[in-house]
Ligand binder design. Structure first.
Ligand SMILES: O=C(O)CCC(=O)C(=O)O
Ligand SMILES: [Fe+2]
Length: 270
């Protein structure tokens, strides 16, 4: 980065397109209409995408930051089942192994003036996320590693089919792969009351019934209820790294990962 760019710290309005998405004016008529549309989308398919949420300059800076930090990213390459649980061989859908590999840049390695830090720490974004998901309260995670991270998916990297442990996830797409790297999603495949083991097994053995593919445009904010909707990221191909940010929130204040999870995702504790 040039000295001029370093000195030029972006403001929330310079990072997020607040003309298109008035997240700091949720009480106004445009803000209310936006929230209504987002909530309807989340109800209907468990996911909502806001293309052009980040301004181009913020996207460009974040891709430069993330790719520049490849060497301090922590690489994971694992097999797991869709529940991230110890395998129960007596359950077919439980024993079908998935592959995931990616490189994660932890929250404490993200620049003080990084656009993603400024956006994540802006209370208006936190309030907006809570309102979008219809939560009584919404807090940023307080985990020094996992609160908000930058992810790099290189050639062959993917996330196998899974249900998130968290009830909802927020991502920012920064750079799509040339091929693959697509986010595929089975809306509401299970519910709190019904695990739908049969439906899960069918999807893991080839059924595409009900699948949706989300857009991969750089600058898009995605909100999704990944706890009920099985999803994956298809293998990256074509030589361009897929880069995104994952923003973590909780209904209660002070959420942190336990030591085991920190070690698993970031290779250390903090
Ligand atoms: O990289 C993505 O688009 C999805 C991330 C995801 O599924 C997760 O963080 O659990
Ligand atoms: Fe996920």
């Amino acid at each position: 980065m040039t000295p001029a760019a370093t000195a030029n710290v972006l403001t929330p309005a310079g990072i997020i397109d607040l003309d298109r998405y008035p997240i700091d004016r949720l009480d106004g008529s445009e803000g209310r209409a936006m929230l209504d549309a987002i909530r309807a989308d989340l109800r209907a398919r468990g996911a909502c995408q806001l293309p052009g949420f980040l301004r181009q300059e913020a996207v460009d800076r974040l891709v430069t930051e993330a790719t520049g930090k490849r060497d301090i990213a922590y690489r994971t390459d694992d097999v797991h089942n869709v529940y991230f649980e110890a395998i129960d061989e007596t359950r077919p859908e439980h024993a079908l192994l998935q592959h995931s590999s990616k490189n994660a840049i932890a929250w404490d390695r993200i620049d003080p003036d990084s656009p993603v830090r400024i956006a994540y720490e802006w209370d208006a974004l936190t309030t907006f996320v809570g309102e979008a998901f219809g939560l009584p309260a919404c807090h940023r995670d307080e985990d020094p590693l996992g609160a908000c991270s930058l992810m790099l998916f290189e050639e062959g990297d993917e996330l196998g089919w899974h249900f998130d442990r968290a009830h909802f996830v927020v991502t920012l797409m920064l750079q799509g792969a040339r091929h693959g790297g697509e986010f595929e999603f089975f809306p509401n495949l299970r519910t709190e009351q019904d695990e739908n083991h049969e439906g899960v097994r069918e999807r893991l053995t080839g059924s595409r019934d009900g699948v949706i593919t989300l857009v991969n445009e750089p600058g898009t904010l995605s909100l999704f209820r990944g706890h009920y909707s099985m999803h994956r990221v298809t293998p990256v191909k074509g030589g361009r790294t897929r880069v995104n940010a994952v923003l973590a929130y909780a209904e209660k204040p002070g959420r942190k990962l336990n030591d085991l999870t920190q070690k698993l995702f970031y290779g250390r504790t903090a």
